[in-house]
Structures are given as structure tokens and as C-alpha cells.
Design a binder for this molecule. Structure first.
Ligand code: ADP
Length: 306
């Protein structure tokens, strides 16, 4: 770390993930007895920041936690991981929580109570202006109010800071284009499910999804489409898309792989890599993140990469 501000600024969500294993999911009105409650730090934004920090990044996280036990745990976790927390504020009320049940077949149900994440408003972005200007890259996702995300991106555009936007949870293409901020994304990062929902392309038809994304008006400066075990496609401007293969690993749990991938990608771009080189690194981080259970708990350090 050096200076007052980090090279990579992640702006977004931070949650406590409350996980219970159940023999099978409860139907409405039904009670099912499960295993012991396990609480993990999570949220797409915090996951990205922790993934980058594990790799040695100079990274700050800007988000909102509540004034409760979860908030204190979440903040302590960021600090322990070496993420700068000066822009992480504690606000009255509860922290964001994800209620997760996982059944014996590995299927999960997730209910998110956004809590403090939902109280991170566009008016809060003014405070971030110096950190945004000083950063090489600002990385975002869509688990905080969209108006806040757009305000951060507009600020980035005004001071020429690179924007990485993970389109997750997914929104329709017209939400992106009507906010027009999509033209600044460099890259827009999305997985095959998100690509299919936002473009209407058939699930699994990455070529068609990419074609639709490149025809958006306005369109992103670059696009990175993640393909699970198939790696990722990188499309910059009008250049032919480049396929980057993922290392072969035994996949145990893909939770948080996309967040690890995006955090790593954003960090390598901030460190000066070109998009293809940054993606070659990010697929290794994504692959490492599926080798063991959990999100942050599965994220690798640089010397653990496949
Ligand atoms: P998400 O986690 O958002 O669903 P993906 O499934 O596309 O996104 O995974 C993101 C990245 O994680 C991939 O680009 C790849 O690098 C890595 N990854 C995911 N699944 C596997 C796998 N089975 N084997 C190797 N790498 C994987």
C-alpha cells in the first residue's frame, strides 16, 4: 500500500452469508430441521475486494455496513485481509444478509436482505470523488442501488478512471443502455447466464450474445464473457474476440468464482496489464476459487494459482 488512495477501488455490496444445510428445501408453510448455522463474509463487492487483496493488490472497498454484529465482523474481515476500509461506512440499521439453504443435492435457495447496502445512495458518491480520481480502476457490481452505481460510473468518466462493471445480478440491456453509462465499461464482465438474459441469445450461445452486446447503442468499450470451465472471451472494440482457456481443475463449489475472476481482472488492469493478459490471470484465479467450498474462503494467494 502507498499514498492516501488505492490503485483499485471496489464499490459495492457487503453481506453476511448465513448458511444452513438441509436434507431438502422447505415448502411454503413447512419447517425443516437443518444443520448448524455457518456465517461467512460475502457480498459481490466485498468478495471482489478480498479476491484482489489475497493476490497482493492495493485495494480499497467502498460500501455500507450496519451498526450490528454482522457489520463489525464484515469490517474486521476486510481489515484482516488487507483491504483498505476508509471508504466503508457504518450506517444505522442492519447489515446486508444473505439467507442461504443448501440441500443434499447441492441446490441452494438464497434470500437477500440488502440492509445497509440498500442505503448506499447516489448522494454518498460525492465523498468518494478523491478516491475515484486517484484509482487506476474502479470495479462495480449491481447489488447496491443502480442509481449509485451509475453515479460512480459518471464520476469515473469525468476524471478518466477505468470502469470494470460486473453485470450481476443481471439487468435487461435497455436498463444499461438507457443509463448510457455502459459506454464507459472497459470491460463489462458477465457470465453466460447473464449474457443470455441481457441479450436474449440462447443460453450457451456465447458468440450470439457477444454479437448483441457489441451492437448495443451505446456499447461497452470492451466485454469479457466468462464461460465457467470454458474460460472466458475477451472482446475489445471491433477487434476479433480472443478466447482464453481456464486451467483444468476438479470443481467442488463454484460459489463466488465470478467475483474472484472480476476482482483479479480489475486488479491486473489496474496494475497495467492489457485485457487479454489480465484475463489470462483472472481465469487462473477463477479456477482456483472452484477447487474448494465457499466464496472468500476459497480465494487463492498468488502462489496458490493453478
Ligand atoms: P459465475 O461464477 O459468475 O457463474 P463462471 O461460471 O463463468 O461465472 O466462472 C467465472 C470464472 O471462474 C471462469 O471464467 C473460470 O475462470 C472460472 N471457473 C468457473 N468454473 C470453472 C471450472 N469448472 N473449471 C475451471 N475454472 C472455472
Amino acid at each position: 500500500m502507498s499514498g492516501d488512495h488505492a490503485r483499485l477501488l471496489v464499490v459495492g455490496s457487503i453481506n453476511a452469508d448465513l448458511v444452513v444445510r438441509v436434507p431438502r428445501h422447505a415448502r411454503p408453510g413447512e419447517t425443516v430441521l437443518g444443520g448448524d448455522l455457518v456465517v461467512h463474509p460475502g457480498g459481490k463487492g466485498a468478495n471482489q475486494a478480498v479476491a484482489a487483496a489475497r493476490l497482493g493488490a492495493d485495494v480499497a472497498f467502498a460500501g455500507r455496513v450496519g451498526d450490528d454484529d454482522h457489520g463489525r465482523m464484515l469490517r474486521a474481515t476486510l481489515r484482516r485481509e488487507g483491504v483498505r476500509t476508509d471508504a466503508t461506512r457504518t450506517v444505522p440499521g442492519t447489515s446486508g444478509v444473505a439467507l442461504i439453504t443448501v440441500d443434499d443435492a447441492g441446490e441452494n435457495t438464497i434470500t437477500v436482505a440488502p440492509g445497509a447496502n440498500g442505503r448506499f445512495g447516489p448522494a454518498d458518491v460525492a465523498d468518494l470523488a478523491p478516491a475515484i480520481e486517484a484509482a487506476a480502476v474502479v470495479s462495480l457490481q449491481l447489488e447496491i442501488p443502480l442509481d449509485t452505481v451509475w453515479a460512480v460510473i459518471r464520476r469515473c468518466e469525468a476524471v478518466d478512471t477505468r470502469v470494470v462493471l460486473n453485470l450481476s445480478p443481471v439487468v435487461a440491456a435497455d436498463v444499461l443502455t438507457s443509463a448510457s453509462v455502459v459506454r464507459v465499461c472497459d470491460p463489462l464482465v458477465l457470465n453466460e447466464h447473464e449474457a443470455s438474459v441481457t441479450t436474449g441469445a440462447k443460453a450457451g450461445d456465447a458468440g450470439e450474445a457477444l454479437k448483441v452486446l457489441r451492437a448495443l447503442d451505446p456499447r461497452p468499450r470492451s466485454i469479457v464473457l466468462t464461460l465457467g470451465g470454458g474460460g472466458a472471451l475477451v472482446a475489445v472494440g471491433d477487434a476479433e474476440a480472443v478466447h482464453v482457456a481456464a486451467p483444468k481443475v476438479a470443481a467442488v463449489d463454484t460459489t463466488g468464482a465470478g467475483d474472484a475472476f472480476t476482482g483479479a481482472l480489475a486488479w491486473r488492469l489496474a496494475a497495467g496489464d492489457d485485457p487479454v493478459a489480465a484475463t489470462r490471470y483472472a481465469v487462473r484465479v477463477g479456477a482456483a476459487a472452484v477447487r474448494s467450498a465457499g466464496a472468500q474462503s476459497s480465494y487463492p494467494t498468488a502462489d496458490e494459482l493453478p
